[in-house]
Design a protein around this ligand. Structure first.
Ligand SMILES: Nc1ncnc2c1ncn2[C@@H]1O[C@H](COP(=O)(O)OP(=O)(O)O)[C@@H](O)[C@H]1O
Ligand SMILES: [Mg+2]
Length: 263
């Protein structure tokens, strides 16, 4: 695994850093003292057996766990060195900077146009309707959806196919110019063709944002990511170059998982 110091020397500081992060649901600990650096240059995959805490940890990166009353996060998570759990942090602003795409596509029950325009409007990114039109077009283009929807922008977002809805959700995240995009099993509700399109899109977006993707598919992790973090029972067991994690894992538990001994 490349040392964090080597990564820093190559790329400058990490976009997000987590230090000794634990997450509890009531008395139950779901994440145990996880430390990780996430870099803007890469797609980072979180893998591991179901229930090991991937979603829980992902949600702690943009304070989505705040919406779960029993959840409690300890340790430190920083975005560009700034503590995201600081009382002065504007959570709405944070979730624009660290956007999220969920397992089940969840477009607003509004027009395709409005799905994209809503965020930029509330965050004051557009001064006029013309500005907003540009943002909508640009975001849909980047998400690979523009050609499919440009003649039906007033149709409701929920009328699109599952794969289109997921690209709409990615376009919606992009529209507010995020720095990090978190994706929690974004393809698990999609067919193989729609999945391939999302994977291509993730590759196109790579480098523009730090992208973190939770996936239960090791093949997907191998295809789309450059860094892989393997979680097991709430622990981060191993984190490194995706190629190393899959071909030459340092930890026995990682080896057991990738060779299908459990999971
Ligand atoms: N809202 C919640 N309330 C209580 N326990 C939860 C909640 N969400 C997840 N958990 C528990 O936390 C652990 C980690 O879950 P999760 O982060 O969803 O794992 P993964 O995404 O790796 O499948 C599991 O034991 C799960 O049952
Ligand atoms: Mg999950």
């Amino acid at each position: 695994m490349p040392s964090i110091d080597a990564e820093r020397a190559e790329h400058g500081p990490a976009k997000m850093t987590a230090r000794d992060v634990s997450v509890y649901y009531g008395d139950k600990q779901a994440i145990d003292t996880v430390s990780i650096d996430v870099f803007s240059e890469y797609v980072t995959a979180f893998i591991g057996p179901s229930g090991c805490g991937k979603s829980t940890f992902l949600r702690s990166l943009n304070r989505m766990n705040d919406t779960i009353p029993s959840a409690r996060v300890t340790g430190k998570i920083a975005l560009d060195g700034e503590d995201i759990y600081d009382s002065g942090m504007d959570v709405v602003q944070l979730r624009a900077r660290v956007g999220m795409v969920f397992q089940k596509p969840n477009p607003f029950p509004k027009s395709i146009y409005e799905n994209i325009a809503y965020g930029p409007r509330i965050h004051g990114l557009a001064d006029s309707k013309a500005d907003l039109d540009v943002i909508v077009e640009k975001s849909l283009l980047r998400a690979g959806l523009w050609n499919e929807v440009k003649d039906r922008l007033t149709d409701t977002g929920t009328a699109l196919s599952g794969g289109q809805q997921q690209r709409l959700c990615i376009a919606r995240a992009i529209a507010v110019e995020p720095e990090v995009i978190l994706m929690d099993e974004p393809c698990s509700a999609l067919d193989p063709i729609a999945t391939a399109k999302i994977e291509e899109l993730i590759d196109d977006l790579r480098g523009n944002y730090a992208i973190v993707i939770v996936t239960h598919s090791m093949q997907q992790a191998a295809r789309v990511s450059q860094r892989t973090a393997f979680f097991h029972l709430g622990h981060l067991v191993e984190y490194g170059l995706t190629s190393d994690v899959f071909t030459n894992p340092a930890e026995e538990r990682t080896k057991d998982y990738i060779t299908g001994r459990y999971g």
